[in-house]
Design a protein around this ligand. Structure first.
Ligand SMILES: Nc1nc2c(c(=O)[nH]1)N[C@H]1C(S)=C(S)[C@@H](COP(=O)(O)O)O[C@H]1N2
Ligand SMILES: [Mo]
Length: 221
């Protein structure tokens, strides 16, 4: 240490600052991230909400709608629309990040948190992943941990209105911390599985996990 450093470290202000750092002084406990960090790398912001799917938009009437919970579960469950709505209903605000590079902030979802569904039909201990199947034949896979994240929601409403058919109504999944292709529209079946298995886009060059912050867009990146 030079004499200058010595003077600096020993100055009254420096000592107070070091003490503040130790005590965490001025920390509000609030998280404020600059805009630049809210937008994952390679993404741009849009105000509208684009529609993306395989081209088939199934119309499912509430009385014929079903959600099957299968695979590694103690007792398989089939929920009707009425029994789905009888589960706890929650709200969750989140950002959308699509692999085609658009992001949309502040989407207000309402529906059943995946955590509440997992409580209602708990997977067996061996389950590590989920395979999702939708009414249009779409499939996508997720680690159980991502499916169970605290803001993941089986959504029936967006900005206070029922989700339209083109966006996956009457019910779609939203897993906001992964690219939007993991958020299955028109969800019909949740299968708990042991080990990972590729869904539709994952077999067609997309990443098995799809974390936008790590730019996990394509396989073998
Ligand atoms: N059932 C189903 N879910 C799907 C898809 C699909 O083709 N079928 N496409 C995925 C993709 S690639 C994206 S980007 C989002 C688009 O959702 P949106 O049309 O509501 O924006 O849905 C995802 N979920
Ligand atoms: Mo997508």
């Amino acid at each position: 240490m030079t004499t200058d450093d010595q003077d600096m470290t020993d100055s009254k202000l420096t000592r107070s600052k070091r003490r503040w750092a130790e005590e965490g002084k001025f920390l509000t406990g609030r998280i404020s991230r600059p805009e630049a960090e809210r937008l994952p790398p390679g993404q741009h912001l849009v105000k509208n909400w684009p529609v993306l799917d395989l081209g088939q938009q199934p119309e499912i009437r509430p009385d014929s709608w079903r959600l099957d919970i299968r695979g590694l579960v103690d007792s398989p469950v089939t929920l009707s629309w009425k029994s789905f709505l009888a589960l706890d209903q929650s709200e969750s605000r989140s950002d959308i990040h699509c692999v085609t590079t658009w992001s949309r902030y502040d989407n207000d979802w309402r529906g059943v948190l995946t955590r509440d569904l997992l409580d209602a039909a708990p997977p067996k201990a061996e389950a590590t992943h989920v395979m999702l199947t939708s009414y249009d034949g779409y499939t996508t896979n997720l680690p159980l941990e991502d499916f169970a994240s605290e803001d993941a929601i089986l959504a029936t409403h967006w900005q206070g209105e029922p989700i339209t058919t083109e966006h996956g109504g009457p019910m779609r999944l939203v897993v906001p911390h992964l690219y939007f292709w993991k958020s299955a529209k028109w969800l019909n079946r949740i299968e708990y599985i042991a080990g990972d298995k590729a869904g539709f886009w994952e077999r067609n060059g997309y990443h098995m996990r799809g974390d936008p912050w790590r730019e996990e867009r394509y396989s073998d990146d």
